[in-house]
Design a protein around this ligand. Structure first.
Ligand code: PXG
Length: 444
């Protein structure tokens, strides 16, 4: 049958090759969301499901926020698209300026992209380009961290440290990348509340890499201030401070990947503010537009931008950018989202809720198979003991039962992750954890 005459079976789930999904398992027993409002999703079969993960750590102001929806609707009817190459539109400049009011120190220049992965690859390229522009073109090496997640571009996958994301492409990783150890050691920090006391010294591994490769070959170190995707690993106390000192001492750029930690997740605009550290660049996405329209950005310190501003003025300084960099819909969504964060005091709200969240997370201690609990801001990770011979299945079963009982959470392997919208009420946190506790007790 030709394509034109083939009948369309709208119930056929086959054609969509789903991202980061067990496609065959899902398509046998699909879970479909068809609506969203505030803290809740509406499912295809008409149930309300409490969103314990802010979608994918991104809907910080809650779903379908009226002000954001209105701003996007207005923009799409006013100007659907405008090029950002050799042209501009005013709101893009406004959003960049607004963002730099939120970022600490002289993180004053914003390069727009569309996803976290693109922001990461952009930041890595800017790092290499920066050193070259300053006459240190041999500084090309990039340092990531085990268990780090920086998206799925070749750059982000290479500096990332998640085995399953890397192994299929292992021979195609960027050359000249090395990794520091991750910071999670249950023997020293299981069930820590907030930042673990132990582990600042793990930052000193960077000195080993500097000794091995020589600082003069290293362009940048990239870390998530709190590792998210791998299952929420808050940094040990003093660890990020040490990384900042070592990178500064050796002329190495420090990139904070704030794709998850930005926009209030930790009870401050950014992790950089929360920890009182000014990185050289930060990557942001997700909460930037409340996920209404895809958008991301790299925010750079003054000196990085200025290093590129040389040569003839008619020459493009950085040969890099995306068709949809500063897309008008994204920019409109971003401006409205920042207004909402400010007017509803959502970052402060998240900070105020954090102790309650922490108690709720640690109320799971002692339940069957719970082998570690971690929290910071409105993030939580729960490690379950893997079922012997069947890793990841216990995590899946808990995830599924929670969903069936009306709570959506994330799971990665046997680790559960939670990061609710910042508008969560205490009663909703109670509901999330009482259902989770019930389910953990039932699933064996
Ligand atoms: N950096 C970090 C720190 C991230 O968490 C990315 C980069 C990539 O962003 P994009 O927009 O390209 O996906 C991310 C994305 C999960 C989960 O539940 C995490 C992410 C995305 C989807 C699911 O662990 N993080």
């Amino acid at each position: 049958m030709s394509i034109a005459t083939a009948p369309l079976d709208t119930n056929n789930l086959e054609a969509f090759w789903m991202p980061f999904t067990a496609n065959r398992q899902f398509k046998k027993d699909p879970r479909l969301f068809v609506g969203a409002e505030g803290m809740y999703y509406l499912t295809y079969d008409g149930r309300r499901v409490l969103d314990g993960a802010a979608g994918l750590w991104c809907v910080n102001a809650g779903h379908c926020h009226k002000r954001i929806v209105a701003a996007v609707q207005k923009q799409v009817a006013t100007m659907d698209f405008a090029p950002a190459f050799q042209m501009g539109h005013p709101m893009a400049f406004e959003l960049a300026s607004r963002l730099t009011q939120l970022t600490p120190g002289d993180l004053n220049y914003v390069f727009f992209a569309n996803s976290g992965s693109e922001a990461v690859d952009t930041a890595l390229k800017i790092a290499v380009g920066y050193h070259r522009a300053r006459g240190e073109g041999q500084r090309t090496r990039l340092i990531g961290r085990e268990r780090g997640y920086h998206g799925i571009g070749f750059g982000g996958t290479s500096v990332g440290g998640i085995k399953n994301n890397r192994k299929m492409f292992s021979s195609m990783m960027l050359p000249g990348v090395d990794h520091m150890p991750h910071t999670h050691d249950p023997a020293h920090m299981a069930f820590s509340r907030g930042q673990p006391e132990w582990g600042a010294h793990l930052a000193d591994d960077l000195l080993r890499l500097i000794d091995l490769h020589d600082a003069s070959t290293i362009a940048a170190v990239i870390v998530e201030p709190v590792a998210g995707s791998t299952g929420v690993l808050p940094p040990p106390k003093g660890y990020l401070e040490r990384l900042r000192k070592i990178t500064e001492d050796h002329g190495i750029l420090l990139i904070f990947d704030e794709v998850i930690t930005g926009f209030g997740r930790l009870g401050a605009a950014f992790a950089a503010e929360k920890f009182g550290i000014v990185p050289d660049m930060m990557t942001i996405a997700k909460g930037l537009t409340n996920a209404t329209v895809p958008a991301s950005a790299v925010v750079c310190r003054e000196g990085i931008y200025q290093a590129f501003m040389q040569g003839p003025e008619w020459m493009v300084e950085l040969f890099h950018g995306y068709t949809y960099s500063a897309h008008p819909l994204a920019v409109a969504a971003g401006l409205a989202t920042l207004d909402v964060y400010r007017d509803e005091g959502l970052f402060e709200r998240a900070a105020d809720l954090s102790p309650y969240w922490e108690d709720a997370v640690h109320s799971l201690k002692g339940l069957p198979n719970v082998i570690d609990l971690r929290n910071l801001g409105l993030m939580a990770g729960v490690d379950l003991a893997p079922r012997p011979g069947k890793p990841t299945l216990r995590g899946y079963d808990v995830f599924l039962k929670c969903y069936e009982r009306g709570v959506y959470i994330r799971y990665t392997g046997d680790t559960l992750a939670m990061s609710p919208p910042l508008i969560a009420e205490k009663s909703e946190i109670d509901k999330m954890f009482s259902i989770l506790a019930e389910v953990i007790k039932e699933v064996n």
